[in-house]
Write a protein that binds this ligand. Structure first.
Ligand code: ADP
Ligand code: TYD
Length: 222
């Protein structure tokens, strides 16, 4: 059976859309670990799946990586606006835009989406401004689930410094504390209009994966 024929809605002749799942959390929270586990699990379940991340691999994403590693400088408002532009490109670009893949029936897992912008940029810029800058992405594609892996800043620092050679711009404990608080504030703001799953990220990877899978199974069967 081809990839595409396997995702037709039974009896309707219409393609069933893929799920869009956004992983969120402060640096070192365990997003990549969980994305890998879920990707494998979905593949084993026979679902077409692809994993991606922000900043994206496109031209605006590359520029953002230069900024994040300190090789290029930019005002915090410019950085926030570049992330918003990168997100739209990640959704809409003609080569591998997420929006088209979802329409084709592929489930897309992304390491970060607009809640990352709300949390990281509202350290320097009002959150309302960041929300407004990302309004078009939210209109084009809202996640079926925002999965927030919650760890405290001290645990994040311990993990980051243990495993990485260079610290990026945001990888400092007091900043991570502010970013975590901004995430919680944003989730409160959007609690009635977004699907949000908050998980204790200090549990073992296996336990976290189980919590996520239980929720995803419900979504797959809908
Ligand atoms: P992120 O993608 O959010 O930055 P990673 O998945 O890369 O996070 O995890 C950061 C580090 O923490 C890695 O060394 C990873 O092996 C470890 N890690 C991931 N999940 C857990 C967990 N639940 N408990 C302890 N360590 C973890
Ligand atoms: P990266 O090392 O690629 O990912 P991670 O820490 O999630 O493993 O770093 C991405 C950095 O970009 C991270 O510090 C968060 C930051 N970021 C923003 O500031 N705004 C955004 O909108 C996004 C998506 C990320």
């Amino acid at each position: 059976m081809s990839l595409i024929s396997s995702v037709y809605r039974k009896g309707t002749g219409r393609l069933k859309k893929g799920l869009f799942l956004a992983f969120e959390g402060i640096d070192g929270s365990g997003k990549s670990t969980q994305i890998q586990l879920l990707h494998k699990k979905l593949q084993e379940a026979g679902k077409p799946v692809c994993s991606t991340c922000e900043p994206s691999g496109g031209p605006i994403g590359s520029q953002l990586r230069q900024i994040l590693t300190g090789r290029m400088k930019a005002d915090s408002r410019v950085i926030a606006a570049l992330f918003a532009a990168d997100r739209l490109d990640h959704l809409l670009n003609e080569t591998d835009g997420i929006a088209a893949r979802i329409e084709e029936g592929v489930t897309v897992l992304t390491d970060r989406y607009y809640f990352s912008s709300y949390a990281y940029h509202s350290v320097d810029v009002p959150m309302e401004w960041v929300i407004a800058a990302n309004a078009e992405s939210r209109k084009v594609l809202q996640p079926d689930l925002n999965i927030f892996i919650d760890i405290d800043a001290a645990t994040a620092m311990e993990r980051i410094t243990r495993n990485r050679f260079h610290r990026e711009l945001f990888e400092k404990q007091s900043l991570l504390e502010k970013i975590r608080n901004n995430y919680l504030k944003a989730f409160e703001l959007f609690k009635d209009s977004e699907h949000i799953l908050i998980i204790d990220g200090t549990r073992t990877p296996k336990e976290i994966a189980e919590v996520i899978w239980n929720r995803i199974e419900e979504l797959i069967d809908r």
